[in-house]
Design a protein around this ligand. Structure first.
Ligand code: E4P
Ligand code: PEP
Length: 338
């Protein structure tokens, strides 16, 4: 069951609802969004039905939810949400380009990549300081040194920072530098980590697990929402299939499906899904055409020297083409570049 509070509901109204639910043996999970607060109820739904929740001050609606994910479902939240990251919107009216290096390697490389990204139309900077690598011998990221580099590059370029956190113990540290926390595909069902970022007070980009169904992806988002954070952006980044020509298979249909099931914005990562530079622009065009609210793209000033994922990083002329796509596509789709 979900309770949707009126936009003018007070904190006391929300607390009164939570107390009533608690007194009936249930638990209330409060999520505060930009325009309204939603309370997810866990417990005996039949018992809740006997309470006059609808008549309580500040309550706009009480909804029995049939989907296993309540707070991120579109059932009770028909309008699609916009999430703001350092003032930059990601949502239904805009197309947002997030770009930058896969991994933060040096201050010079990160600044050069950020300038390339901004010239192509990026308004948010991506870059990993903690890298989830298949091999324990591969470059694991610079850790806090990398976070400091990202903060310096943000100060230099004005681009807010999106960066991955891979361990629940590091969430507060990463959140103290980042404008948006990224959960990668490998941690997409790390429930302790999802709960920790849900409580961190920063917007979260949740990548789809490479083996996750759309429903599992939305349930993962629900873990974050349940901790009080509805500022979540879903990112389709390709799934495991039998195909070996690409690194993963971009599930393009996941974009409209997830947008229909959830009010959260949905973006696409054409870099990690294809894993090949020559596919990044075609997949970007496809993602925008199918309605993605943005894309997240790897760029590197010297991909051949990259410590992580060089073969998928855009460079030079690719970025001019990316800039053209970012200028041409949003107006065709009735959107603006964020
Ligand atoms: C990148 O951002 C990931 O860390 C990378 O794609 C991991 O892949 P790999 O370790 O298998 O190279
Ligand atoms: C990344 O974007 O840096 C990353 C590790 O991506 P994914 O989790 O999608 O592999």
């Amino acid at each position: 069951m979900v309770i949707v509070m009126r936009p003018d509901a007070t904190r006391a109204d929300v607390e009164a609802v939570a107390q009533t639910v608690g007194a009936a043996g249930g638990e209330a999970f409060v999520s505060r969004g930009v325009s309204r607060t939603i309370i997810g109820l866990v417990g005996d739904v039949d018992r809740f039905a006997t309470l006059d929740l609808r008549g309580m001050s500040g309550v706009a609606d009480v909804i029995r939810v049939s989907t296993p994910y309540k707070l991120v479902s579109r059932d009770h939240h028909p309008e699609r949400s916009t999430v703001r990251v350092g003032g930059v919107p990601i949502g239904p009216r805009t197309v947002t380009l997030i770009a930058g290096p896969c991994a933060v390697e040096t201050p010079e490389q990160t600044l050069a990549a950020a300038r390339m990204a901004r010239a192509a139309g990026a308004t948010l900077l991506r870059g990993g300081a903690y890298k989830p690598r298949t091999s324990p011998y591969a470059f694991q990221g610079l850790g806090e040194t990398g976070l400091r580099i990202l903060a310096d590059v943000r100060a230099e370029t004005g681009l807010p920072v999106v960066t991955e956190v891979v361990d629940a113990h590091d969430v507060d540290l990463v959140a103290s530098y980042a404008d948006m926390l990224q959960i990668g595909t490998r941690n997409a069902q790390n429930f302790a980590l999802l709960q920790a970022v849900g409580a961190a007070g920063k917007p979260v980009m949740l990548k789809r697990g490479m083996n996750a169904t759309i429903e599992e992806w939305l349930m993962a988002a629900e873990y974050i929402a349940q901790r009080g954070n509805l500022d979540i952006v879903l990112c389709e980044r390709g799934i495991r299939t039998f195909e070996t020509a690409t690194r993963n298979t971009l599930d393009i249909s996941a974009v409209p499906v997830a947008q229909r099931l959830s009010h959260l914005p949905v973006i696409v990562d054409p870099s990690h899904s294809g894993g090949r530079r020559d596919l990044v622009l075609p997949l970007t065009r496809a993602a925008l055409a199918v309605g993605a609210d943005g894309v997240i793209i790897d760029v590197h000033p010297h991909p051949e020297q990259a410590l992580c994922d060089g073969p998928q990083a855009l460079v030079d002329r690719d970025l001019e083409e990316l800039a053209r796509v970012m200028a041409q596509f949003p107006p065709m789709l009735g959107k603006t570049a964020a």
